[in-house]
Design a protein around this ligand. Structure first.
Ligand code: SAH
Ligand code: P1S
Length: 363
């Protein structure tokens, strides 16, 4: 009998492996979520050097019966690069021991660091973002235009869900995630200083709790920054002379300024809604004539310049935004249609922090 694998068999095996990789993608996300909830990165950080399994289990207060589980969790998380595996010398001449350290992505889970993305892990992997996927077939087959997957699954929009009195913890979780993302811009802002030079005022439209405005305010204390968001988000916040919080509805009108900033806003909305927002932005900067501008910080899908993995991440984001808000991530052509459709005359794209780009839009 010939046991050498035929081409057909090897293709089938490869196909199976490929499919299973996609099926179990979610386990990587869930293992990351567990690591974040346990505080593994914080424990390694506080230890000041790579930590052994037993030391880690002790500081995390794990029951001794769970040490084997922790080992297997870390086996995946070191394999996929979230943590590093090294060795430390054994105590009093004993054999060296395996120890776990941080890698660049897990450093972003350390809560005492100024750049910490743990709130994004918490928010994006919260049940409110996951459970709706159980209704995807119902959503795709029902004939209700404009209904999001979230609404189809829960009976209310994600904004309604966040804004309910009873969900103030979820609203805080969402806003903390946005603030964490904004903090990542500290270095990028320094490099992109020219974008803000010469401005005397700026409105951060749908600016959440003002994460990025606070950084701009630090770097340019003379610019009058206004964070504009829904009343339930900004009502309780206060700033200072050049950083103020204003409640309102960007679909109605936007306070006037030299420039408008829209970070992570337009991807929440469909084209019609985005056009309305952009037209209101154009109105808000009209007092500054040709020198006004709109600064958009968003994802740009660019399959020709980005590698396959980065495009995959951006396309996943597109589906997340679609399912929650009927929003979308856009390609250059789609950005152009929005920008010119809203009556602007030119734009300039610069890559910035991580997966986002900065698009300056001129009247
Ligand atoms: N720009 C911020 C927040 C992005 S989240 C950041 O990047 O950190 C999107 C924001 O849009 C939320 O804070 C939400 O409250 C706000 N928003 C939603 N509808 C709005 C409306 N009609 N007018 C003003 N802000 C709105
Ligand atoms: C999806 O929703 C948004 C994110 C992601 C998301 C929306 C914006 C920006 C980022 O981060 C979170 C998500 C955070 C969350 C969440 C969902 O907290 C609770 O639910 O994956 C805004 O433009």
């Amino acid at each position: 009998m010939d046991f050498s694998t035929s081409n057909e068999e090897s293709e089938l095996s490869q196909a199976q492996t490929e499919l299973y990789k996609h099926v179990y993608n979610f386990v990587g996300s869930m293992a990351l979520k567990s690591a974040m909830e346990l505080g593994i990165a914080d424990a390694i950080h506080s230890h000041g050097k790579p930590i052994t399994l037993l030391e880690l289990a002790t500081v995390l207060n794990l029951h001794p019966s769970k040490i084997g589980v922790l080992h297997r969790l870390l086996r995946l998380l070191t394999h996929n690069g979230l943590f590093a595996r090294t060795t430390v010398p054994g105590i009093e001449g004993a054999e060296e021991e395996t120890a776990y350290g941080l890698t660049p992505p897990s450093k972003l889970l350390v809560k005492s660091n100024s750049t910490c993305l743990a709130p994004i892990v918490k928010g994006a992997l919260h049940s409110s973002s996951l459970d709706m996927w159980g209704s995807s077939k119902k959503w795709l087959t029902e004939d209700k235009e404009d209904l999001t997957l979230f609404e189809s699954a829960t009976g209310e929009s994600f904004w309604e869900f966040l804004n309910k009195e009873t969900e103030s913890d979820t609203l805080s979780m969402f806003q903390e995630a946005m603030a964490a993302d904004s903090n990542m811009f500290k270095l990028a802002l320094k490099e992109g200083m020219h974008v803000f030079e010469g401005l005397t005022s700026l409105v951060d439209v749908a600016g959440g709790r003002g994460g990025i405005s606070k950084l701009i305010h630090e770097a340019f204390p003379d610019i009058k920054c206004t964070v504009f968001d829904q009343p339930q988000v900004v009502a309780s916040l206060s700033g200072d002379e050049n950083l103020n919080f204003v409640a309102g509805d960007m679909f109605m009108s936007i306070p006037p300024a030299d420039a408008v900033l829209l970070k992570w806003v337009l991807h929440d909305w469909n084209d019609e809604q985005s056009l309305k927002i952009l037209k209101n932005c154009k109105e808000a900067i009209s007092g500054r004539g040709k020198d006004g501008k709109v600064i958009i910080i968003e994802i740009l899908i660019d399959e020709t310049s980005d590698d396959r993995e980065l495009t995959e991440l951006k396309l996943k984001y597109d589906l997340v935004l679609l399912s929650m808000f009927n929003g979308k991530e856009r390609e250059k052509k789609e950005w152009e249609e929005l920008i010119y459709g809203a009556g602007f005359s030119s734009y300039k794209i610069t890559p910035i922090c991580g997966i986002k780009s900065l698009i300056e839009v001129f009247p």
